[in-house]
Design a protein around this ligand. Structure first.
Ligand code: GDL
Length: 470
């Protein structure tokens, strides 16, 4: 039986997001990064590989299997664990032996390709059981433990050193508080899941700003094992307007001893993951003190050569300013935050609008707009394609603000609406945008109807009428 060097602590990457999976070439590039940076685990779990989730019962066709086999081999050559995950939870019948057999057939195919490590994921699935499963298992947690334990034993009979991971249906504190998965979901998992099986956990939230040592220590008591963190800090599949290239942060270095692993499920667009993964790798091997901003600046410096343009070059300083605009889900980078604060104070009703401040805003906004324009000339086209839609929006908004401030300076606080080309309907338009404007999110996460929208629509209608009047 083949063996490979095992490291107990799992550090690396989950391809576990919704949307277009990474290409074969991107995965190979990822493995090179990982090998160079000391990351040891890659979890194959793209939600929209049909045979990972929706069609989990179907075997891979020959060409698909060959491509996966190639990845398994590429990982082996670099001493990286290739963990193959299946997500059968959408429609599995937990008490149906035929479904268990299908899982075995799927793992058998991967074993034949040289894969040694496996995972069963039950995230984002209906948290109800059909009547037969309820009668047999009593709870979703017990049903999941039964199938996972059975698959673990079956796998270990064939691959003695196999790592085996499990993602529960309630995989963060908020879900547990809401009783997602049913009463006593996690305690049942802790009690009934075999102790050799690792359990994924995303932290207090699905996208956790912070994961503290005390948080995971409390969890350990319930799970009866240390968790493996499935870290969604840099995931962007839930928001098509953003990506995150800020540093790995909100986790202190002591966390490494409190967990069995740290795996990042990052941005859908592979080329945008350089800094997130580089800084994760640094976090994994840093000493006692973790300095995220310093790590970010170093990683951006390394990323910079990929921004070679066809004509006029960009500067590292501009890349840092731009990166700060797409930093992290819960915060902008300091330079972006300063730019935002400057614009906000200039637009405030009682603003003095001193010309120095306006000039400072304009200078930064122009730097950014110029940077965005340069991106169209990136030689690394996949990087540009990954950025292009977001850049478009950033440029538009900055241009609008600049125009507005210019007009306000000339004509008083309200500005001159006729100066803008941003017509209602075409700009910030569409059904989703309209729906979003109906409810405003409060700081505590609750939503309330936005009455000001009626006013905005009225103004829009007036402008529309003005524009279409010959
Ligand atoms: C999730 C999904 C993950 C997705 C992420 C961000 C887990 C365990 N599952 O809940 O596939 O990419 O949120 O949207 O995190």
């Amino acid at each position: 039986m083949a063996t490979h060097e095992t490291t107990d602590f799992l550090a690396g990457v989950i391809e576990g997001f919704y949307g277009q999976p990474w290409t074969q070439a991107e995965r190979l590039e990822l493995f090179d990064w990982m090998a160079a940076w000391g990351l040891n685990t890659y979890l194959y779990a793209p939600k929209d590989d049909l045979k990972h989730r929706a069609l989990w019962r179907e075997l891979y066709a020959a060409a698909e299997a060959e491509a996966l086999g190639h990845l398994v081999k590429a990982c082996r050559q670099r001493n990286i664990h290739f963990v193959y995950a299946l997500s059968p939870g959408l429609d599995i019948r937990y008490s149906n032996d035929a479904d268990l057999d299908r899982l075995k057939k799927r793992f058998e195919q991967m074993l034949a390709l040289g894969c040694q490590d496996f995972a069963l994921l039950f995230d984002d699935i209906p948290d109800r059981l059909d009547s037969e499963d309820i009668q047999r298992w009593g709870s979703l947690a017990a049903a999941q433990c039964h199938v996972t334990n059975a698959m673990f034993r079956w796998t270990r009979d064939r691959e003695t050193g196999a790592r085996f991971l499990f993602c529960p249906t309630a995989y963060c504190s908020r879900m547990v508080w809401r009783n997602h998965g049913g009463e006593n979901f996690l305690p049942t998992i802790g009690r009934e899941l075999l102790s050799e099986i690792d359990v994924f956990w995303t932290g207090p939230e699905i996208i956790s700003r912070e994961i503290t040592v005390s948080h995971v220590q409390e969890l350990e008591l319930v799970l009866r094992r240390k968790p493996v963190i499935w870290d969604n800090l840099h995931a962007n599949d839930y928001d098509g307007r953003r990506f995150y290239c800020g540093p790995y942060t909100g986790r202190c270095s002591e966390l490494r001893r409190a967990v069995r692993g740290l795996l990042s499920n990052p941005n859908c667009e592979f080329p945008l993951n350089y800094v997130p993964l580089r800084t994760l790798a640094e976090f994994v091997r840093c000493g006692d003190t973790w300095k995220p901003r310093e790590a970010y600046l170093l990683a951006v410096q390394e990323w910079f050569p990929r921004f070679a343009t066809a004509t006029k070059p960009i500067t590292l300083e501009d890349l840092i300013l731009f990166g700060d605009c797409y930093y992290l889900p819960h915060e902008e980078g300091p330079e972006a935050e300063a730019l935002y604060e400057c614009a906000r104070s200039l637009l405030a009703e009682d603003s003095e609008r001193n010309s120095g401040q306006v000039a400072a805003f304009r200078r930064q906004a122009r730097r950014l707009r110029e940077f965005c324009a340069r991106m169209a000339e990136l030689r690394h086209r996949p990087l540009f394609y990954a950025l292009s839609r977001r850049i478009w929006e950033l440029r538009e908004e900055l241009e609008l603000l600049e125009q507005h401030m210019e007009a306000a300076r000339a004509d008083g606080p309200s500005g001159d609406p006729s100066l803008t080309f941003h017509l209602p309907g075409t700009y910030r338009g569409g059904m989703v945008a309209k729906l979003q404007r109906l409810l405003v999110q409060n700081l505590d996460g609750t939503f309330t109807p936005d009455r000001s929208d009626e006013r905005v629509q009225q103004v829009g209608a007036i402008r529309q009428a003005t524009v279409s009047t010959p």
